[in-house]
Structures are given as structure tokens and as C-alpha cells.
Design a protein around this ligand. Structure first.
Ligand code: NI
Length: 138
């Protein structure tokens, strides 16, 4: 029987953003992004679910120590994005439109860079209760 198991940790961060493509006219930005293009920005309470898949270590009984996962998410995601203006305050979205899709890929890459390669990683990022994305797609 496989000992692979999935362990998930949920984290939250609050951030402001504006969806905007600088190569388009203001009219086209308004048409495509609507209220999300508000020049004064707007905010979301993002919910990030980080799923780590691996083996159960026979000595500890853990797949991953949740304290380690908690600290990793805090250092890589919460400290970087929480209470920030994503467009103005982060290097990740200086040139990249901070859609929920792009934020999810950025979160994945930041975590993947620091997570032991023996684990598979999947994330969900909720922008609202009704809208979320998953990356990578299984
Ligand atoms: Ni928004």
C-alpha cells in the first residue's frame, strides 16, 4: 500500500491590487478589467491552500512537519505580500499583472524554490469565496 499522503496548510494575506495592462489604452483597460482597473486600487482577503504530497516518514509518522510548512509560508508568502500593494510594493508584480492566476503561480514558485524536491506541491488561491485558481493543474 502506498504511503503517499497529502498535507494541507491554509494561510491568509490581505493585499491591494489593480489589474492593468500598460500597453493598452485607458479605454481598453476599463473595458477588459472594469472595476478591477480602479486607479486607486482595491483589496482582497486572499486564502492560500498549500498542499504537500509525500511519503509518511516511518520514524516520525510525518509527511512534513507542519511547523516547517507554516514557517515556510509565513516567510515566503505572508511577509512578502500581506498588507502590501502588489503593484507598488512587490518585485513580483512590478511588470506582471497581479491577477489571481499570476499571484498563484508566483506563490507556487516561491514555495517550490524552498521546498524539498522530494515533495509534490499544489496550491489553491482564493481571491473571494466564489473565485479561486489551482496550480499546477493535475
Ligand atoms: Ni481584484
Amino acid at each position: 500500500m502506498s504511503q503517499k499522503i497529502a498535507v494541507t496548510r491554509r494561510a491568509t494575506f490581505n493585499a491591494a491590487h489593480r489589474l492593468y495592462n500598460p500597453s493598452w489604452s485607458d479605454a481598453k483597460n476599463d473595458e477588459v478589467f472594469g472595476l478591477c482597473n480602479n486607479p486607486s486600487f482595491h483589496g482582497h482577503n486572499y486564502v492560500l491552500e498549500v498542499k504537500v504530497i509525500g511519503d509518511i516518514d516511518p520514524e516520525t509518522g510525518y509527511c512534513i512537519d507542519l511547523k516547517i510548512l507554516k514557517d515556510l509560508i509565513a516567510a515566503e508568502i505572508e511577509e512578502r505580500f500581506d498588507h502590501k500593494n502588489l503593484n507598488l510594493d512587490t518585485v513580483e508584480f512590478k511588470q506582471l499583472n497581479p491577477t489571481v492566476e499570476n499571484i498563484a503561480v508566483a506563490c507556487y514558485q516561491l514555495l517550490r524554490n524552498k521546498l524539498d524536491a522530494k515533495y509534490d506541491l499544489f496550491i489553491k488561491l482564493f481571491e473571494t469565496d466564489r473565485n479561486w485558481v489551482e496550480y499546477p493543474v493535475k
